[in-house]
Design a protein around this ligand. Structure first.
Ligand code: CTP
Length: 397
């Protein structure tokens, strides 16, 4: 599960409008791809007069989005593109598109995406000098700047129309570096260290047998992946092996997990206990395989494991956040309200494990976030990835 090395890098949505500088954007796509960014491209109809869809699809390794959609496959693409991308770069941005954006006009897929995009947008204008100096264009650019769009100013030089002056697309390095700088600055968890536990602990009985539970670890892994994407330094303490670009420590029993959590806790800003920790372990581990005797019934003596969540909540500093999960099969909110007081953590994420469509092993989840004052926030059923993102945003925003 999750063994493959997942690409957790940001997604850059490049919007290309109709201008001769469109050919340069092929190289910009390569720059992002070479550095492992995911690239999606949306074009206006005029852009395709300057570059081909095949070139853009090949370089970005993705389908190119344009107004030429197949009506049978129609779905609101502008919304899904907005969800997937972390930043939008419109290059070259023509005078026409700049003016449409500044006036909220959405008459093609590119302008519709930009209008619905609630993350940073970089605009790299390129046009003829007279168009650049046009009062309407300048006023529209000022409007965009005032509304928080990032503009990479064009340079002066020889233009494709044969004249020399201002209006030439700035260097690709400028656009590339500006995009990366904005991506970094906008990461919600930049400078934060998160410890996240995942999976069900394994309590050995003898060399061949153990006690465990049905936890798949998917929720904890989704939290770790999303925290990493949001710029956090992540340490995942999991009961399964997984290949990720952040620190992963594999543990087995509740005691192992407790030792690793304690080890890192002091330097963490937030610890999320998403693992299913066994409440009990066998009183005495047998180093030899237990043999079947003549008895029809045997009794396995169990002793309590440390309650990791409760222990770290006792020692946490005021500037540290501790989050627990609450797996219940009945009376979810009632039990969760009691559990948060008992554990002493800052937040508890409650989910109903009796439902087949959410919880253990499922790809989806539906949770309630409860805080110390018993405020409740409901997150509707969605993929575990999306739930993880929403949990982190709720806690840190
Ligand atoms: N937890 C823990 N150590 C334990 C048991 C649980 O740190 N020994 C953590 C879990 O990781 C989770 C939270 O406590 O974040 C709640 O776990 P849950 O299984 O819902 O509750 P329990 O404390 O085990 O209580 P019960 O089984 O009675 O519901």
């Amino acid at each position: 599960m999750g063994l493959s090395h997942k690409n957790l890098n940001s997604t850059v949505l490049i919007g290309i409008t109709g201008g001769i500088a469109a050919y340069k954007i092929c190289e910009l796509i390569r720059m992002f791809k070479k550095n492992n960014y995911n690239v999606k491209v949306v074009v206006t109809a005029n852009a395709l007069n300057f570059v081909t869809e095949l070139t853009l699809a090949t370089l970005s390794d993705n389908k190119v989005y344009s107004d030429n959609f197949d009506i049978k496959e129609y779905k609101p693409e502008h919304i899904s593109l907005c969800d997937e991308a972390d930043i939008m770069v419109i290059a070259p941005a023509s005078a026409n598109t700049i003016s449409k954006l500044a006036n909220g006009i959405c008459d093609n897929l590119l302008t519709s995406v930009a209008c619905a995009f609630n993350k940073p947008i970089v605009i790299a204008p390129a046009m003829n000098t007279n168009m650049w100096n046009n009062n309407f264009v300048q006023e529209n650019l000022s409007k965009l700047k005032a509304f928080g769009y990032y503009i990479t100013e064009p340079e002066s030089g020889f233009l494709a129309c044969g004249t020399t002056g201002e209006g030439r697309l700035c260097s690709l390095d400028t656009i590339y570096n500006k995009t990366l700088e904005i991506l970094e600055d906008n990461k919600l968890l930049k400078g934060k260290k998160l410890i996240i536990t995942a999976g069900g602990t394994i309590e050995k009985i003898d060399p061949v047998r153990y006690i465990s539970n049905f936890s798949s670890g998917k929720m904890g892994l989704a939290l770790a992946d999303n925290a990493y994407k949001m710029g956090a330094e992540v340490e995942l303490i999991s009961t399964f092996e997984v290949d990720r670009p952040y620190v992963v420590k594999q543990v087995s029993s509740a005691e192992n997990m407790f030792a690793e959590v304690k080890n890192s806790f002091n330097s963490s800003d937030c610890t999320i206990m998403a693992s299913a920790v066994a409440d009990y372990k066998v009183a005495e581990y047998s180093s030899q395989k237990l043999k079947k005797g003549s008895e029809d019934k045997i009794v396995l003596e169990l002793v309590k494991n440390p309650d990791i969540l409760k222990e770290i909540s006792k020692i946490k500093r005021d500037n540290q956040i501790v989050v627990g999960f609450c797996a219940e099969s009945q009376n979810l909110l009632e039990n969760a309200n009691i559990k948060i007081d008992n554990k002493g953590c800052d937040y508890l994420i409650a989910n109903d494990i009796s439902r087949n469509d959410i919880g253990f092993s499922s790809e989806d989840n539906e949770v309630y976030i409860i805080d110390k004052t018993h405020n409740i926030k409901h997150l509707e059923k969605s993929s575990k990835d999306n739930i993880a993102k929403q949990i982190l945003e709720y806690i840190f925003e």
